[in-house]
Design a protein around this ligand. Structure first.
Ligand SMILES: *[C@@H]1O[C@H](CO)[C@@H](O)[C@H](O)[C@H]1NC(C)=O
Ligand SMILES: *[C@@H]1O[C@H](CO)[C@@H](O)[C@H](O)[C@H]1NC(C)=O
Ligand SMILES: *[C@@H]1O[C@H](CO)[C@@H](O)[C@H](O)[C@H]1NC(C)=O
Ligand SMILES: *[C@@H]1O[C@H](CO)[C@@H](O)[C@H](O)[C@H]1NC(C)=O
Ligand SMILES: *[C@@H]1O[C@H](CO)[C@@H](O)[C@H](O)[C@H]1NC(C)=O
Ligand SMILES: *[C@@H]1O[C@H](CO)[C@@H](O)[C@H](O)[C@H]1NC(C)=O
Ligand SMILES: *[C@@H]1O[C@H](CO)[C@@H](O)[C@H](O)[C@H]1NC(C)=O
Length: 346
């Protein structure tokens, strides 16, 4: 008798059984909030959402589970719905991976309950019409294992929350193609091989100096309204492979910049950068995709090394650059003064 009571207890009262049921309720709520779209048809009462081979519509959704049957990852994609963000998602508290991809008319803000998802490791929301503020993880309970955030290609506005900087493992942050304004907060990322991508927003001000000390793998801020002198990003030991500063209002002297051997991509086009192209541009071991066009550079290009593989177009529209692959420098161009010729005594 007591064994039967124990079994009944096991069946209905342990937290994993209850939570599994809760996750089913949450998933069915999400489906309803999305207007019961084609693609989530297999989400029905009592469905075995942990069984991936039962998923008949993997082009639209995918779910994986923890060993206790809680939702561990959720993918929602390619859904044709015109709905606000389904807050049923906030109840999937064991989830470590959330991906919302190509739901073009998912609109409105991400609700504040979203920050309850403190088990998140990867957050990927791209190609939606979500707007309002990007999630601010400044609460007391943080998703302290959050390492990867990609919120690019949405319509988020407002400023970048400095609370991203309080996520100790965050190393990949992509907020490109939104409508973010304000300045770039300092110390958003601090681990090595960090990737910071903030392209095509409306960010202003200078890049905080502290980023000069970060070992980036990628640093992309193209297409904003940033200004100042970010040349501290370039140092011989810089680990970044790709640095893109194009289409901003940066103004600095390129003459003394040291190109690291790790750099393969370097786009500074459409700024107000002046000075000469330094020799390390020609000798940087991996430089393949530079673009210096539409700046105010001047003087003779360095020769040898990489220079043979670069097209003249990447130097176009500068103040007065010359030398291969551009026109040869005329005598009046700033070039090393020729050694005084021997004049025979007359
Ligand atoms: C998972 O779903 C498939 C397809 O519906 C089914 O054949 C299989 O028995 C299910 N596995 C479990 C463990 O329920
Ligand atoms: C999306 O749904 C709307 C309304 O149901 C429909 O008119 C439209 O053709 C659908 N678009 C696509 C790409 O399926
Ligand atoms: C973070 O990961 C560690 C190790 O996997 C785990 O023990 C811990 O519970 C996780 N913390 C959160 C908030 O998910
Ligand atoms: C971030 O999302 C955008 C849009 O889906 C994509 O182009 C980009 O490659 C993503 N970055 C990574 C590292 O997944
Ligand atoms: C940036 O701001 C300008 C001026 O306020 C506005 O015209 C433009 O549409 C904005 N761009 C983006 C990507 O939000
Ligand atoms: C950055 O990389 C350099 C060279 O690889 C290394 O000496 C330094 O400790 C790294 N710094 C950080 C903060 O990881
Ligand atoms: C260089 O930048 C200019 C201006 O942004 C652009 O038009 C051109 O296509 C770029 N060239 C290459 C090779 O990336």
């Amino acid at each position: 008798m007591s064994i039967i009571i124990f079994l009944v207890f096991l069946l209905c009262c342990t937290s994993s059984v209850l939570s599994t049921k809760d996750d089913e309720i949450a998933l069915l709520k999400i489906k309803k909030q999305l207007g019961d779209p084609y693609g989530l048809g297999w989400w029905v009462k009592g469905f075995d959402y942990c069984n991936r081979s039962a998923n008949v519509a993997p082009d639209y959704s995918d779910i994986t589970c923890t060993s206790t049957g809680r939702v561990e990852s959720l993918i929602l994609k390619n859904l044709n719905v015109t709905k606000p963000f389904p807050d049923g998602i906030c109840s999937l508290t064991e989830m470590d991976y959330l991906e919302i991809y190509k739901i073009p008319v998912l609109y409105g803000p991400i609700p504040s309950c979203f920050t309850k998802l403190y088990n998140l490791v990867s957050l990927y929301i791209t190609y939606t019409s979500l707007s309002g503020a990007v999630p601010d993880f400044s609460g007391r309970i943080k998703p302290s294992n959050l390492t990867f955030i990609n919120l690019s290609q949405n319509q988020f506005s407002g400023t970048i929350p400095s609370s991203f900087g309080s996520l100790p493992k965050l190393y990949y942050l992509d907020l490109s193609f939104n409508r973010l304004t304000g300045t770039i907060p300092p110390a958003l990322l601090s681990t090595s091989s960090s990737s910071l991508e903030l392209a095509n927003n409306n960010l202003t001000g200078e890049i905080p100096k502290c980023y000069g000390a970060v070992n980036f793998s990628v640093f992309i801020v193209r297409g904003n309204r940033l200004n100042g002198d970010p040349s501290f990003l370039f140092r011989k030991q810089q680990t970044a492979g790709n640095i893109e500063l194009a289409h901003n209002d940066f103004k600095f002297d390129l003459s003394n910049v040291e190109f690291s051997d790790n750099l393969w991509g370097f786009d500074i086009s459409h700024n107000k950068i002046y000075g000469r192209v330094p020799n390390s541009f020609a000798t940087a071991a991996h430089l393949r995709y530079p673009n210096l066009s539409f700046n105010r550079l001047c003087g003779e290009l360095p020769q040898g090394g990489n220079m043979g593989q670069f097209d003249a177009a990447i130097f176009a529209n500068n103040a007065c650059l010359c030398g291969y692959p551009l026109q040869p420098c005329s005598n009046s161009a700033p070039a090393p003064a020729p050694a005084p010729a021997f004049r025979p005594p007359f």
